[in-house]
Design a binder for this molecule. Structure first.
Ligand SMILES: NC(=O)c1ccc[n+]([C@@H]2O[C@H](COP(=O)([O-])OP(=O)(O)OC[C@H]3O[C@@H](n4cnc5c(N)ncnc54)[C@H](O)[C@@H]3O)[C@@H](O)[C@H]2O)c1
Ligand SMILES: O=P(O)(O)OC[C@H](O)CO
Length: 334
């Protein structure tokens, strides 16, 4: 809707032909965003050839679990010069890859330096109402990020650029874990102090893993870090927060996911984060405890006791004393 508002002709692809037909006829997306009328510039289609064949830019927003499949379907239709932007917040299960890495593998005709990630505090429910929203676009190549900035930016949707693809992707993925924890904490009546602690110490462990993976620590004080963490832990729109509050009512993770009927990225991301923390030799106590609650039957009360009873420690860590350069981890830093 932002792109259509900006005057672009938008083909909205779904794999489901009935859904495409329904959106074409009713000019609404009844299952996922019923309250908004689709602007005239949007043409729903179930044909990826139709959607992507002539496109100057492609925006991929599949859940992380479907990113590789969607990229494979896209491969025969993508023009090499088209700008590829994704707004997915998660890692691939199994490979633990970031989304731009999955896209780079599956779309060999796309220049990896021109792959763009769009992230930040942006609940769709508010964006479609044109509530003031700020996001960040990151790409190795500044020109690509600026092209995405120009495509999306308008009076209610402000877009910043950042060269730190790793930090923007990691911040967007990991905040969902903390939002699950915040929902759980709120659902159990643990109070505002506990939620503030989760956000603050959550940001510390997000940055710890992110820096180990090559991110700029300053990215985590930006929109893809603290910005998205705040909105996802506090907004009534957050599926991750809502899923956490359902866990507090005693529902199992499978029951919660079935009841939500929409993607809750934080569940898989919690598992991925624990594995990434092992791979990069960093500690992520909140993710580890949430993982135990989600998948090992640990009670939230026992998890909180274990978090509060950890060995005493300093608050501030030496995250990155060396100046950050794009691609730091790939070049042997850390
Ligand atoms: N909803 C938001 O406000 C918001 C904001 C920013 C980023 N995101 C991110 O966008 C991604 C998608 O979230 P969403 O809110 O659109 O989820 P959603 O559950 O509302 O919709 C997901 C859509 O993807 C489709 N899908 C699932 N697997 C697919 C596959 N393999 N191939 C093709 N289509 C597939 C589903 O049928 C559904 O139409 C997530 O990573 C989420 O974190 C969402
Ligand atoms: O509804 P959630 O919890 O998936 O969060 C959506 C967006 O990531 C918020 O920026």
């Amino acid at each position: 809707t932002v792109l259509a508002h900006n005057g672009h002709r938008v083909k909205l692809w779904t794999r489901n032909p009935e859904q495409a037909a329904e959106m074409r006829e009713r000019r609404r997306n009844p299952r996922f965003l019923p309250e908004v009328e689709l602007p005239d510039g949007i043409e729903p289609t179930a044909s990826l050839a139709d959607a992507a064949g002539g496109a100057d830019a492609i925006v991929v927003v599949a859940p992380s679990s479907g990113m590789r499949e969607v990229a494979r379907l896209l491969r025969p239709h993508l023009r090499p010069e088209a700008l590829v932007v994704h707004a997915t917040k998660g890692f691939e299960t199994g490979t633990l890859q970031r989304m731009t890495d999955v896209l780079a593998e599956e779309l060999p005709q796309a220049d990896p330096a021109r792959l763009v990630v769009l992230s930040g505090p942006s609940h769709a429910e508010e964006v479609v109402q044109r509530c003031p929203t700020t996001v960040v676009v990151a790409a190795q190549q500044l020109e690509a990020a600026e092209m995405a900035q120009d495509l999306f930016m308008n009076s209610f949707f402000r877009v910043y650029t950042n060269p730190d693809v790793v930090g923007v992707e990691v911040g967007g993925a990991l905040k969902n874990i903390i939002a699950l924890g915040a929902g759980l904490s709120d659902g159990l009546g643990f109070g505002d102090n506990a939620k503030a602690a989760l956000l603050t110490r959550g940001l510390a462990e997000i940055a710890r893993l992110g820096v180990a993976m090559g991110a700029n620590p300053l990215t985590f004080s930006g929109l893809a870090g603290i910005g998205d963490l705040v909105v996802t832990c506090t907004s009534r729109h957050s599926r991750n927060w809502r899923a956490g509050s359902m866990l507090a009512q005693g529902l199992s993770p499978d029951e919660v996911l079935a009841k939500m009927g929409m993607v809750v990225e934080g569940v898989r991301t919690t598992q991925a984060a624990v594995l990434l923390a092992q791979r990069y030799s960093v500690t992520m106590p909140i993710a580890e405890q949430l993982n135990a609650v989600l998948f090992e039957g640990k009670t939230p009360q026992a998890a909180v006791l274990d978090l509060m009873g950890r060995v005493r420690t300093h608050e501030i860590e030496e995250l990155a004393l060396a100046p950050w350069t794009p691609g730091g981890a790939e070049h042997g830093r850390n």
